[in-house]
Design a protein around this ligand. Structure first.
Ligand code: 13P
Ligand code: SF4
Length: 348
């Protein structure tokens, strides 16, 4: 049974105090109450990525997590409707894995700079240029790109997946920085389709163990810099810095820890420190603070993900009311994309 309006308000007030302004809380509680009631009536489940705004994350999402966790939950649910509070490629992944459910995304505008950086034709071209080399694609990609892929990975399992491959050469797309970070951790030299191989060899690269990357970037994480870290460390020498692996390699190197969004949450919960700096979408720090009032979490809110921010409580309610916007995939494409995700789930 969903909570009454008063109980919803009381719960949100307790959880979100200081994070959501008091004048917004009443309105947000009304929306959350309506969403939770309708969710029950429609036999729906709401999956919420860790980047959702605090009211949505804490008051309406049934399951929260990183891309990998939400993939698994989407595949396993027996609810009639999945409302995916995240970005489009995530909702597509839910549809790929659980095609008999109605999968809805509350906004049509929730894209991703990484997913849009590469097309299926680009992947076919890479295969032609590097015949026989397996293609590992970050889950932040659209279904048609996954359909051209051998195996998917997430930020949480990329190293594990690459280490299990038999081939020493891997096409790793589309995130340039994730590729560089994982290449480093798995002992690979990174090259790009336009790299002059003679020059790469002369500069000492081991071209037997190679990652062929792509120049996609996360428009949020690419903006964090080593100077940002240095400034915060100067002010708080005891700060523990956590950076998402979509950050540039020098930022990941200067951080104390790098992991998926859920791995970062777990780290803050489990590792004692006087304060933490999170280099990732700012809303996640609010969500951590709401659940861990004893922790001091610093964040740089000047860099926000405009795509994740499209998903609001208002749109989530409209999504359940009007059953919008439904994800549709052509069956042949879905099955080809599913193979690459299934392989990942088997290996991670
Ligand atoms: P996670 O898989 O770590 O949740 O990352 C998804 C994402 O889009 C990060 O920007
Ligand atoms: Fe895409 Fe970056 Fe936004 Fe994540 S934070 S959804 S990678 S644009």
């Amino acid at each position: 049974m969903s909570l009454s309006l008063d109980a919803t308000y009381a719960l949100m007030k307790e959880k979100l105090q200081g994070l959501v302004p008091e004048f917004e809380l009443e309105h947000k509680a009304e929306l959350a109450y309506e969403i939770n009631k309708l969710k029950e009536e429609r036999n729906a489940i709401i999956l919420g990525h860790n980047y959702m705004e605090p009211a949505l994350f804490h008051a309406v999402a049934d399951i929260t997590g990183d891309s990998l966790e939400l993939c698994r939950k989407a595949a396993a649910t027996d609810k009639d409707i999945i409302v995916f509070c995240g970005v489009e490629f995530m909702a597509e992944t839910a549809k790929i894995l659980n095609p008999t459910r109605k999968v809805l995304i509350p906004s049509k505008k929730a894209g991703c700079s990484l997913a849009q950086s590469i097309t299926a034709a680009d992947v076919r071209q890479l295969r032609e240029q590097f015949p026989g080399v397996p293609v590992v694609t970050y889950i932040n990609s659209y279904a048609d790109v996954k359909a051209e892929t051998d195996i998917c990975c997430t930020s949480g399992n990329a190293v594990k997946i690459v280490n299990q491959l038999e081939s020493d050469q891997v096409i790793f797309i589309p995130d340039e920085f994730l590729a560089k970070n994982v290449a480093k951790q798995t002992g690979k030299t990174i090259i790009f389709p336009e790299t002059d191989l003679n020059k790469a060899m002369q500069s000492g690269g081991d071209l037997k163990k190679v990652f062929i990357g792509w120049h996609g970037r996360c428009e949020v994480h690419e903006l964090f810099t080593v100077e940002d870290i240095a400034q915060v460390r100067e002010q708080y020498p005891d700060v523990v810095v956590l950076a998402h692996p979509e950050c540039p390699p020098d930022v990941v190197d200067a951080a104390d820890y790098s992991g998926s969004t859920s791995a970062m949450i777990k780290y803050v919960q489990e590792v004692k420190a006087s304060r933490y700096l999170l280099l990732t979408e700012c809303a996640m720090a609010d969500n951590i603070i709401a659940a861990n009032r004893d922790k001091e979490v610093l964040r740089l809110c000047s860099h926000r993900c405009p795509h994740m921010a499209q998903i609001t409580l208002e749109d989530t309610l409209a999504s359940l009311q009007n059953l919008q916007y439904e994800i549709h995939l052509e069956e042949d494409l879905r099955l080809r994309a599913k193979r690459s995700i299934d392989r990942m789930l088997e290996m991670s």
